[in-house]
Design a binder for this molecule. Structure first.
Ligand code: HAM
Length: 429
């Protein structure tokens, strides 16, 4: 049969049991981030288009080529969020969150949308796990944030991480560099593509994001941003690297790392993991000290990161202590009694008091009208260990019949003791 409808290109259905791994990854993120004092924030998937233009930047690939933007029925331009720093910043300003006491530490987990060419590790709907630390300018905050990130990735079994760091400098450093880059590229203007020619006027730094091989060759000889860092920017970067090293995080300077979003200032970083393509970062982040003021809020410094959760799961080997939950072990079957009797019995078995640590079984009950033989065959084929049968006679006597679906043995037990006889012994598995 061919399905009449298929998922939209670049999106995916995540199916059980893979969803179990996603839940475990997210639970680990919550656990690790809570330990560093972060609280979860959930912002809408839809924001005003103007927010992303202002925050991420008109000349970025994200805003220029990748946004899912549309007019709603009242003619407002809305966009499916391509990233969350803008939305978190908007929410921070809107709710006056500086009143919570600084720094404010927030994390988020959820879907994001970019119109990119789909391939392994790159989707149009993808998921990010991100964190933002708002209100502290210090290089020690940068180090703490990256330390938390590395700890999280280590908890998932990533030991072969490459942490690349750079500084894009403060506003004055970038202004000086912008002019130097413009002067360098101006004589080559005719060799540049249309986008880069326009960016030469509007935002030369974004030319560094080009994927055009000829432009990349040209840029190999371009002046480097680190040559233009102000003394303050240089000191901030030095202190950050010292703090990161003191935390035991091995990292490498990557002078050409500028990141493709306009809001960055000073520290930027990316992390890649063995198993992902070289240019596919697992994590991207950095400082964005001017953004909150740009959004009409207080002039507070901030730093954050976002992990590509899809890539994370593709590169990860699930830890051995993450078994997929077993399928239900018990199937309750009513014989000649109203269906509600098997529902009630199943509920009793799920909730029965048991000795600490033994854990109740997962229980289903038969809801169809098929024959007992067919039901038992189905239950065994689904991996159930026991069938618990209840008929008129059992109801009257206060008993149930427990049938071991592996051996075929069955016995009558008092209803109140049934759950205890269903505990799986370690020797069973
Ligand atoms: P970004 O580098 O654009 O940064 O995205 C972060 C991560 O999201 C990437 O490293 C990648 O793993 C994942 N990602 C991006 N696009 C896709 C895609 N199409 N398919 C699959 N994964 C993708 C940001 O989004 C910033 N908001 C990070 C940040 C937070 N900076 C400061 N705070």
């Amino acid at each position: 049969m061919t399905a009449r409808h298929r998922n939209v290109k670049g999106t995916r259905d995540l199916l059980w049991p893979e969803t179990h791994l996603w839940s475990r990854v997210e639970a680990t993120a919550r656990q690790v981030f809570h330990a560093y004092g972060y609280g979860e924030i959930r912002t809408p998937m839809l924001e005003e288009t103007d927010l992303f233009i202002r925050a991420v930047g008109q000349e970025t690939d994200i805003v220029g080529k990748e946004m899912y933007s549309f007019e709603d029925r009242k003619g407002r331009s809305l966009t499916l969020r391509p990233e969350s720093t803008a939305g978190v910043g908007r929410a921070f300003v809107q709710h006056g969150m500086e009143g919570l006491g600084l720094p404010v530490k927030l994390f988020y987990i959820g879907p994001h949308f970019r119109y990119e060419r789909p391939q392994r590790g790159r989707y149009r709907e993808f998921h990010q796990i991100g964190a933002e630390l708002i209100g502290d300018p210090g290089p020690t905050s940068d180090a703490e944030l990256i330390l938390m990130l590395v700890r999280f990735l280590e908890a998932l079994g990533f030991l072969d991480l490459t942490v690349l760091v750079n500084s894009v400098g403060d506003g004055s450093s970038r202004a000086a560099y912008r002019e130097a880059l413009r002067s360098f590229l101006e004589p080559h203007r005719t060799g540049l593509g249309e986008d880069s020619r326009r960016r030469l006027e509007t935002n030369p730094l974004r030319i560094l994001d080009t994927k055009d091989p000829a432009e990349r060759d040209l840029l190999a000889n371009a002046p480097r941003l680190d040559e233009f860092l102000s003394a303050e920017s240089r000191a901030h970067f030095g202190d950050f690297r010292t703090a990161l090293g003191a935390c035991g995080v091995t990292h490498r300077l990557e002078p050409r790392l500028v990141r493709g979003l306009d809001y960055y200032a000073l520290t930027v970083f990316e992390i890649s993991a063995a198993g992902l393509g070289a240019q596919d970062a697992l994590v991207g982040g950095g400082r964005y000290d001017g953004l909150l003021a740009e959004l009409g809020g207080p002039d507070l410094p901030a730093i954050g990161f976002a992990i590509g959760e899809d890539r994370l799961l593709e590169a990860m080997t699930p830890p051995p202590n993450w078994p997929v939950p077993r399928p239900p072990e018990v199937h309750v079957i009513g014989i000649g009694v109203p269906g509600v009797e098997s529902l009630r019995l199943a509920e009793e078995l799920r909730n029965a008091d048991r000795a600490p640590g033994t854990g109740g079984p997962a229980v289903t009950s038969e809801l169809s009208e098929r024959s007992l033989k067919a039901t038992l065959r189905w239950a065994a084929s689904q991996g159930r260990r026991w069938a618990v049968l209840v008929g008129e006679a059992e109801l009257a006597a206060g008993t149930v019949t427990v049938k071991d679906l592996r051996t075929g043995e069955q016995r009558s037990v008092p209803r109140g003791e049934a759950s205890r006889s269903l505990v799986r012994k370690e020797s069973d598995s």
